[in-house]
Design a protein around this ligand. Structure first.
Ligand code: ATP
Ligand code: ZN
Length: 299
């Protein structure tokens, strides 16, 4: 493998993952200067550069060593990994972090009027997809023999064109399925944006740069879910309020000057707090409840 002293990350040029991926890198404190042709971003404050490409090209770029890392959907990564396994018996790519955005499902959809109960119903039918490897793996796992029709785009209209009976495609809200009189029947893969990397270590400066990036990324990902919860309660109600705190909360209690019977509580909570939880705490005797986002945290 060629040695390099800068890390190169492949990011989707334009699409659903471009902005959230670049925002995440900005949160990690990285800044870039974009080239005139807008295909390359030079890292100004760290030896980390970006290559802006089509998401489908990212697995190949990492595999060929053109890029060291990539931000892409797990759907694209897993399809490429299966393809490599089928072609060479091994895959040089791995998912090193799930990033919490770009969530979607790769699902088989059937006509709305069909009474769907299980995968045996797929036998003998033609399923259009851009993910032939993932679909074939699902079908063989269920012991179903069905036809896989590989299309590179516009999969959802294949049944109307008569090129397939069913589809296997990405779904998030399900609005596209409804618009095409289809409904979700089987979820094949739960996907989100991930950070992918080559399975082998670089053996040069890039190992240290990657370790630095991962430390910052883990800090950003951890804090993203963290909330600060503030409330007041009476000392007598505190045991009940404590039981109603979200699991994993770390509370700090403070006395209140001139109000001996009451306490103020601050708790670090490892995830967002919803209305039902706030209502449960209120029923247990908490008042003045407040949930705040956390911007940065250093243990
Ligand atoms: P490119 O020009 O880079 O090839 P694209 O059309 O393949 O773009 P997008 O539609 O931007 O890509 O989707 C990129 C990724 O976003 C998908 O691979 C998937 O991981 C994720 N995604 C999340 N929700 C959806 C959805 N409803 N439909 C399609 N992709 C989704
Ligand atoms: Zn694509």
């Amino acid at each position: 493998m060629k040695t390099r002293d800068r890390l190169r990350i492949a990011v989707q040029k334009s699409g659903r993952l471009s902005e959230p991926s670049q925002n995440l890198l900005a949160q990690c404190g990285l800044s870039f200067r974009q080239s005139r042709d807008k295909l390359f971003c030079f890292g100004e404050n760290q030896p980390i550069d970006l290559l802006l490409v089509r998401d489908d090209d990212i697995p190949g770029l990492i595999d060929e060593g053109v890029c060291d890392l990539g931000f892409l959907g797990r759907n694209v990564l897993e399809e490429a990994r299966l393809e490599q396994l089928a072609a060479k018996g091994a895959s040089g790519l791995e998912e090193i972090r799930a990033l919490g955005f770009g969530g979607c499902r790769l699902s088989i959809a059937v006509p709305q009027e069909e009474d769907y109960s299980d995968a045996a119903q797929l036998a003998g039918r033609r399923i259009a997809t851009s993910y032939p490897q993932l679909l074939a793996k699902f079908l063989s796992g269920r012991g179903v023999a069905a036809g896989v029709v590989t299309l590179s785009g516009s999969v959802e209209i294949a049944p109307r064109l008569g090129t397939a009976d069913l589809i296997c495609d990405l779904v998030s809200s399900g609005a596209t399925l409804v618009a095409n009189q289809l409904k979700e029947a089987e979820v094949i893969l739960r996907s989100e944006a991930v950070l992918a990397c080559a399975t082998t270590a670089f053996g040069d400066e890039r190992d240290d740069i990657l370790a630095m990036l991962m430390r910052r990324l883990d800090g950003v990902l951890a804090v993203r879910e963290t909330r600060m919860l503030m409330l007041r309660t009476s000392r007598s109600a505190w045991p009940a309020v404590r039981d109603a705190l979200p699991l994993g909360s770390l509370p700090t209690l403070t006395g209140i000057e001139g109000e001996a019977a009451d306490i103020a509580v601050q708790a670090i909570v490892p995830r967002p707090v919803g209305w039902p939880e706030l209502e449960a705490m209120s029923r247990a005797g908490a008042r003045n409840l407040m949930v705040l986002p956390v911007e940065r945290m250093l243990a």
